[in-house]
Design a protein around this ligand. Structure first.
Ligand SMILES: [Zn+2]
Ligand SMILES: [Zn+2]
Length: 310
């Protein structure tokens, strides 16, 4: 229960009937007795104390956060699509999504958020805390959060590469993954436009990586999980945006995939299977696009020549 969440910092908190108290009363109580906590930590602690049900408190917070970030991050791309000036940065600039396409996409994504993702979000709290995830205050130091998030990016990218590649196997593609490829020129909102089976399968990489990590190391805080989800959502939406700017991250981090990498996957239907990084596709020779095909052709020709010369 709520008391279990709180570290010793809350031992001094006087008993009060928080089910009857308003959120602001609980917040004031928390602030009064925990001056060492910053405002975000006080709000966080007061939320759990006020809710009196930790699974529900995490579930509501997670679901709202996911919706706000998903649609909030997609909105700038909807606006950019409507401004002709930005067309010069669009990768497939002859294919601008129509309002109808965007509306239909948003409706299906919203439906899948309520039917498929909501139960998963609800299950997350009991499963993660079972494996040792913390969600009390104070929050973990920034350096630790950054380190964990970097590890999750690498783990998730690996999962995504292999399972996305498997989803391109004929029968699986036709029955599951084809839906995500409805748009050969993707846009931000299309990031989670996919079959429920795909959402679950690829979602395991996103939620399962931190769970595997905490089960092995015993170290994970819910706030780190939130920061990871937010950054991974930004990655997915930006990768589907269809825009590559001179200031896009991949120009500064050459191994970062970005929209340039995933847009080609949607255009060609083959190659570029990883989510965040380029190394898997590079090392396993599954890169998409003109340049990669040319290199592959040259390699094959060289092999044939070498055979003939023998
Ligand atoms: Zn695909
Ligand atoms: Zn995609």
């Amino acid at each position: 229960m709520a008391a279990a969440l709180l570290n010793s910092t809350f031992a001094s908190l006087p008993m009060f009937n928080s089910s009857a108290a308003s959120f602001s009363t609980v917040f004031e109580e928390v602030s009064q007795y925990n001056v060492q906590l910053n405002i975000a930590e006080r709000l966080w602690a007061a939320w759990y104390l006020w809710m009196q049900n930790d699974t529900l408190a995490t579930g509501i917070m997670s679901f709202i956060m996911h919706e706000v970030i998903y649609f909030g991050r997609s909105l700038p791309w909807i606006i950019i699509d409507a401004i002709p000036y930005f067309n010069r940065f669009k990768l497939q600039n002859q294919k601008v999504p129509t309002w109808k396409e965007q509306w239909e996409c948003a409706a299906l994504v919203l439906l899948s958020h309520f039917t498929v993702e909501l139960p998963q979000i609800w299950l997350f709290h009991p499963v993660a805390t079972y494996f040792g995830m913390e969600y009390g205050v104070p929050f973990p130091p920034l350096w630790k959060m950054a380190m964990h998030i970097a590890i999750f990016f690498v783990m998730e990218d690996t999962w995504h590469y292999w399972f996305h590649r498997i989803l391109h196997y004929g029968p699986l593609y036709r029955s599951i993954h084809k839906l995500h490829h409805t748009y050969s020129a993707p846009f931000g909102l299309a990031a989670e436009y996919a079959s429920p089976i795909e959402v679950m399968l690829l979602g395991i990489g996103i939620v399962g990586s931190p769970i595997l990590w905490v089960s092995l190391t015993g170290e994970l805080h819910l706030l780190t999980m939130y920061a990871w989800i937010v950054l991974r959502l930004f990655q997915a939406i930006d990768a589907h945006s269809g825009y590559d700017f001179p200031w896009s991250l991949r120009h500064f981090l050459p191994f970062w995939a970005g929209a340039d990498h995933h847009d080609l996957h949607h255009e060609r239907f083959i190659g570029n299977y990883a989510s965040s990084f380029r190394w898997w596709d590079f090392c396993l020779d599954t890169e998409a696009g003109e340049e990669a095909s040319k290199k592959r052709r040259e390699k094959n020709v060289a092999k044939l020549r070498a055979k003939k010369a023998q």
